[in-house]
Write a protein that binds this ligand. Structure first.
Ligand code: R5P
Length: 292
């Protein structure tokens, strides 16, 4: 197998190549004056199985189109099979119709990848594991939340994990049990009209150092609200860990203003002001199941 970074793989492609004993190559990337992406495969992949690695965080539409073009380029260059490793899958949160007339965007994206000819796919912490069933080939969910949590707990000495919404509570509670920590959750409600958050269930007691754990941070509203709640409930310090640090707009300021000491994330997205944990090992394990 040859691992090929398309445009946005932040070192995970190299890590996976090393751990699976594969070669690592890149695409060349340019942007045409009108904004279209240009990519060119810089490798001989004739007769090879190719693993394309492409995260879809910033400029998700471009990253998605580049991935579709990369599949085409790999087959054009004679690849035997084309697989995908997606560090961050965009559009995953629209995994159902919330209001009439909306698409199931996760389904549209995963169907298009399969229809492009990609036969196997590994996705690091998709919003919900079940949505990978929209991809009609083999799909593997790469769980990275626990290793991010374990490293953040070891570094901060946290004694309690907090899930910032009820959707993540089951996983956070299981991780807390395995790490021998206390845990609790907050329940939030997000307005479908303006995205504003309101609290449905707060915390009774949050003694000591707490770690808020979530799959991703986008605008920072969810973890900022959780941090304020934890401090009000008695936490002596609050740190935050998530797999995907999108941190859009003024998310970092919002989180800091809410009393958070440190933000931990994974190398599915890089941010020099945060503590980044390498999850190539988890991705390599999943990708190893692709190799016959
Ligand atoms: C929601 O279901 C997710 O797990 C995250 O809690 C959410 O996407 C975070 O968004 P934001 O940072 O914009 O509040």
């Amino acid at each position: 197998m040859i691992v090929v970074g398309v445009n946005s793989d932040y070192g995970i492609g190299r890590g996976v190549a090393k751990l699976t004993g594969s070669a690592y190559r890149n695409f060349q990337n340019k942007v045409f004056p009108d904004g279209e992406s240009y990519i060119r495969l810089d490798a001989n992949v004739k007769g090879e199985d190719v693993l394309l690695v492409q995260g879809m965080e910033s400029q998700p539409d471009k990253r998605f189109v580049e991935m579709l073009m990369a599949v085409d380029a790999a087959f054009e260059a004679g690849a035997a099979n084309v697989y995908g490793l997606i560090p961050y899958l965009a559009y995953a949160r629209q995994d159902r119709v919330f209001s009439d007339g909306e698409p199931v965007s996760a389904r549209a994206v995963l169907r298009a990848l399969y229809d492009s000819g990609m036969s196997k796919i590994a996705v690091i912490e998709p919003h919900k594991e079940q949505e990978l069933s929209y991809f009609k080939g083999k799909s593997v969910c790469v769980n990275a939340l626990e290793s991010v949590a374990a490293k953040a707990v070891a570094e901060t000495g946290s004694s309690m994990l907090i899930a910032p919404d009820s959707g993540s509570w089951g996983r956070v509670n299981s991780i807390a049990k395995r790490l021998g920590l206390k845990s609790d959750y907050i329940e939030k409600n997000r307005s479908r009209v303006d995205g504003s958050l309101s609290m449905v269930k707060g915390l009774k007691n949050a003694e000591g150092k707490v770690l808020i754990l979530d799959d991703m941070i986008s605008t920072g509203g969810t973890v900022a609200q959780a941090s304020r709640e934890a401090i009000a409930a008695g936490a002596s310090s609050v740190n935050v860990a998530a797999v995907h640090l999108l941190l859009v707009g003024n998310a970092k300021e919002k989180i800091k203003d809410a009393g958070v000491t440190k933000v931990f994330g994974s190398n599915t997205i890089l941010d020099s002001e945060c503590e980044i944990i390498d999850v190539s090992g988890e991705a390599a394990k999943a990708v190893s199941t692709f190799i016959d």
